[in-house]
Structure formats: structure tokens, C-alpha cells
Design a protein around this ligand. Structure first.
Ligand SMILES: [Zn+2]
Length: 165
């Protein structure tokens, strides 16, 4: 179902909501429409794709779950050792688990099966397999979610509100 990007009064992205909820916010006068896609849901009521709240709200920080899917998304489904793009991807512990490496954003990277096997129980230094980039925790869970939506090719009109995502 169509999703709507909600902007704070400051124009910063705030969350992603359903179009039904977005319409309730518009009808209650709590938000104004910023973008629509031209599709009408009622006569002369176009389906919004981006709305903006009239009043600024403060948002608490939300943790991004450390999951296989999220690690793959952070790494753009690309082996962080050789750049391979494809389906046969695994998660690799940069510092192997057997040597004290933990399950963290900084120690888990996407690796193809070949690289994972080749690296084995060694560090990148020992295996002479440097990482393409330093793994880190994504800093905003919202931007992380938004980039997933953008990747589907839908919601391109969101792009200009998420510069730097
Ligand atoms: Zn690889």
C-alpha cells in the first residue's frame, strides 16, 4: 500500500506512515500536503506522498536492529572485500568470533562466499584482504528505512527531502 513520508515542521523527515493515517492528519488540520502523485482518492483529493506537520515534534532516538537484512542493506548487497554484487552473500566477522570479535555493526560486514572462505579465521590484515570501507552503525534509523523505500524505485519524490541519506 502507498506510503507517505511525514516531514517535521522544520521539513526534516520524521517518519513513514500509511496513506490513510496521512489523510487523517490532513483532514484534522495537523499536517499540510507537500507532494502528491496526481492520483485522486476522492474527487479533488489527490493521494499525498509527502506531508508536513504544522507543529514541530521532538523525536527520541530509535535503535536500528542488527539483522542480516540490515547489514546487507547498509553494504548495498556488495561484498566488502572484493565488490561482488549478487545473491550468494554471507555475513563475515571482521575480527573472527573465535578471536573475540563480536556481533556488532562495526564487526559484521557483507562478504561473498569465496571471500568468506578465503579469509577464514583471520583478520583483514592477516589475510591481506582490506575492507572496501569501514563498517559503522547507520546513524539514523529513519534515513535507513527511507533509503530502503527509495531503492525499490517507488517514492522518488521523497528524494529531495532526504539529502545525505
Ligand atoms: Zn568477495
Amino acid at each position: 500500500m502507498a506510503k507517505v513520508l511525514v516531514l517535521n515542521a522544520s521539513y526534516e523527515p520524521l517518519n513513514i506512515t500509511s496513506w490513510r493515517r496521512a489523510i487523517v492528519l490532513l483532514l484534522k488540520g495537523k499536517a499540510v500536503e507537500v507532494e502528491h502523485n496526481g492520483k485522486l482518492i476522492y474527487s479533488d483529493f489527490p493521494l499525498p506522498t509527502v506531508i508536513r506537520l504544522r507543529h514541530y515534534v521532538r523525536v527520541p532516538y530509535k535503535e536500528i536492529p542488527l539483522t542480516r537484512r540490515n547489514i546487507l542493506h547498509r553494504d548495498s548487497h556488495c561484498c566488502q572485500y572484493c565488490g561482488y554484487l549478487g545473491d550468494e552473500l554471507t555475513l563475515d566477522h571482521v575480527i573472527p568470533r573465535s578471536r573475540g570479535g563480536g556481533d556488532t555493526w562495526e564487526n559484521l560486514v557483507t562478504a561473498c562466499v569465496r571471500c568468506n572462505v578465503k579469509k577464514g579465521n583471520r583478520t583483514p590484515d592477516e589475510s591481506k584482504m582490506p575492507l572496501l570501507k569501514n563498517p559503522r552503525k547507520p546513524y539514523s534509523s529513519l534515513y535507513f528505512e527511507i533509503t530502503k523505500h527509495l531503492k525499490t524505485g517507488m517514492h522518488q519524490e521523497w528524494q529531495k527531502y532526504v539529502i545525505g541519506a
